[in-house]
Each structure stands twice: as C-alpha cells, then as structure tokens.
Design a protein around this ligand. Sequence first.
Ligand SMILES: [Mn+2]
Length: 369
Amino acid sequence: METSSNQYNPNAAADPNSGIFGLPHSFKDSKIVYLPVPWEATTSYGAGTSHGPEAIINASAQIDVFDLDVKNPYLAGMHALPISPEIFELNKRSKILAQTIIEAFGEIEDSAELKKNLALVNSHSKTVNTFVQNEISQIFKNNKIPALIGGDHSTPFGAFKAAAEQYKEFGILHFDAHSDTRKAYLGFEHSHASIMYNASTQIPEIKKIIQVGIRDFCEEEFEFTSSQKQRFNVFYDQHLNQRKMSGEPFTKIAEDIIKDLPANVWVSFDIDGLDPRFCPHTGTPVPGGLDYPEAIQILRSLANSGRKIIGFDVVEVAPIIDQDGSPIEINQANDEWDSNVGMRLIYKISAFALASQKLCEWNLKPNNT
Ligand SMILES: [Mn+2]
C-alpha cells in the first residue's frame, strides 16, 4: 500500500514499501536527496563498500526519526535516488581489471595488457565522476541538499565538482583514518587514497580542507599537507588523543577543529575516521579514531556555528561480504552493524545540514561552551 506524506506516522514502525528511513517522500517532496554510488573499483584491501548503499538503505528503516538536536528533520523530506545498476555493473567489471594491477603492485611497464587495464579503470573512474557530478548538480539545481552514499572514497569527487559550480568558495570537513592525499595510487588517477589530493589540486573553489582523525599516512602525504598550511589543516588522531588525555574538554576541541572553515562546508565522512568498533568491516580499519559522540559533537559545533552545510558524503561503509564478494544476509540484525552506524550518521548529518540552512529549527539549541 502506498503511504502518502499526510498519513506518515513518525511513531509507528516503518512501512516495508517506504523509502530511506522508512519515509514516504518523493524527490519533489524532499529537501535532502541521497545519491547512492556503489563503486569501489580501486579498493586495494578489504572489499564490500559497493554494497554499502543497499545495506545502509535497508538498515535505515530501523531508525527513530525523532532527534534531540533538531526538530523533526524528517518533515523537510528525505529521498534516496535508486541505486544505478549501470554503475554497479561497471564496478564489477572494473574491479576485475583493477585487481590485475593491484596484484602487480602497480608495476605495469612491461605489460601491454596491464597498461590497457589501467587505462580502462581510469576511464571508468571518469565515467563515475561525470555521473556523480551530473546527479549532484541536478539536486543542487532543484534547490535541495545533496548527500552521497558510497561506495569508496573516490566517489565524492564529482560531488565536489558539482558543489564548485554552485559555490565560488567552500571548505571540506574531512573525517578519515587516512590522509587520502596520495598522487595516483598504483597508477589509479581516481583512487580512494587520492580523493583529497585530487580535490585540492583540481578544484580551486575548495579553499580549505580540515582533516580529522588522521592516523595512517605516508611521509609524502605528511609533507604534502604540511607544505600547504593555507589549504590543509590536519587534526591528527594522536594529537586529538593527547589533548583529551591532558583534560581538554572535547567541546573546546570541536570548536577548534571547525574554526578555520569558510562559510560553506561540504562534509566528507569516511567511516574509518571513527574507532573501528563502529565500522569493523570497512576496507582499511585502523586502531584509534573518533568516538561516535565526538564526531557528532564536531558536526554539532559546525551546524551551530552559522556556517552552512551545503552537502555531504558518507563513504567506505561495508556490510559483511562472503568469499565470492556477495553480501551475507545483510538484512539480518547481526550483520547489520556497519550499516546501522552509517545510516544513523547519515540521518544526523542530514538533521544538522537542515538546521544549518535554517530549514529546520533546533530542538535543543546546543551550548558549546
Ligand atoms: Mn578516505
């Protein structure tokens, strides 16, 4: 049975035919529109994020839409676009090609076949970038807030390009265990490990990238971000922990993290920025990381700071994957943990984005001091 917006009951269990978060909204009815991007072609370690969007959307029906920070965020309307079967298929084909290069550790000079495979993967990545840019542009042009659901961390590149069409200047608040500033990792021009290198070198509208939770990076990446203090501001996980252990209140740390961001901010959230207990199946887990409530506090400070959250992505969420790459019973509660965390994070950032754009009122205005 179709449920109309008028009949929607936020206190009832989700209708099985409903959309993301159990909501009945169409594209037209919605202020937030989610673009699922099932793409992880160049993932070098671990796999499964191409199943992330499906798992997140399935898990999302479990949420209670009431929010203590933001008043009835669901009333603004939330709608997920369908998962593109073309991108899903392109991912499968590209993964097989990319695997040959990963197995050769990127040493492809002596092999015409591997060179051809690399060229194909790079070309398919550009296809995905163009797809994402077009879709996110459409969401912006319809006066809605775009949110991308990955997929790996290469997927938001086209979204950043679309944001750059809309905003002459914006910043990125980047949560991650990794710096993601490698230059063409293994020859892949658009790898998950290069997203912030590509963003900073190819999109001049991005004025500032604030990185949080970083704890796994190479010397070249350290030099790259350290040499661009105007552009990059890195809050290494180790330093955040030292500040916490010295007794500095996290509310103050959160204010410090967001203070150099410009007026317009895209949030790029790699789930592995969190402690791995919140994302045990993500591609490249690293010990340490932010606690979930700490990440939320940083986002709360951002939303309450007068800055505008213009859009966001949540990437690298992976359900449990079988040996052959197919997801295992992703609808079963015991396998759903990664997607459960992912969908709750997506709902919370959605709520903060709406509050930051004054499309929803605060329920309890945060006191950040
Ligand atoms: Mn990342």
